[in-house]
Design a protein around this ligand. Structure first.
Ligand code: GRF
Length: 188
């Protein structure tokens, strides 16, 4: 079974979806660790409830990204983590982690990349008036949401759609697309 760590910064609904899929036998991985850069994030409570170990840290306590990523690396090595899954981790991955996990880090993003990378992708898409939105899963490189695309799913935007409805639809897609795509990546 592939040993993975999930990185998240906030609510963690995608983390929860991965945990649930693993439990139900729909995701053939072992989630060994949650890495979180916000010590008060709700995702930490989700991990504790699921009995998954947490490594949380505050980037402000370090003088550089390299310094805290070296500590993360140490945690990952201690647990033989083979693959990193970003699920709402609001931070660019630096060269320390990229170098050790070449083509072994993936991310999920709430737009049809390469459109609308970065923060508030949904807001950017609404502002642009797009009629089709979606979700992308991609490999992580040094750029902002620029790595090679692995999977995408699109949906049409009805003229009356509210931001709330759009976000609901995005989350629904994310929660099924992420486990499906990881299975495909590991066992295709
Ligand atoms: C998701 O929309 C994901 O695509 C983006 O951040 C959001 C995280 O949501 N990268 P949650 O914390 O998993 O609920």
């Amino acid at each position: 079974m592939k040993k993975i760590a999930v990185f998240a910064s906030g609510n963690g609904s995608n983390f929860q979806a991965l945990v649930d899929a693993e439990k139900q036998g729909d995701l053939q991985v072992s989630i060994e660790l949650l890495v979180c850069d916000k010590p008060n994030a709700f995702v930490i409570q989700r991990a504790q409830a699921a009995g998954i170990p947490v490594y949380s840290f505050n980037p402000k306590d370090y003088s550089s990204k390299e310094e805290f990523e070296r500590e993360i690396l140490h945690e990952l090595a201690n647990r033989d983590i083979e693959f990193i899954v970003l699920a709402g981790y609001m931070r660019l991955i630096g060269k320390t982690l990229l170098h050790h996990y070449v083509n072994k880090i993936v991310n999920i993003h709430p737009s049809l990349l390469p459109a609308f990378p970065g923060k508030d992708a949904v807001g950017q898409a609404i502002e642009a008036g797009v009629k089709v939105m979606g979700v992308t899963i991609h490999f992580v490189d040094a750029g902002m949401d620029t790595g090679k695309i692995i999977a995408q799913e699109a949906f049409p935007i009805p003229p009356t759609a509210t931001r709330e409805k759009i976000e609901e639809e995005i989350h629904k897609i994310e929660h099924s697309l992420y486990p499906k795509t990881l299975n495909y990546l590991f066992y295709q």
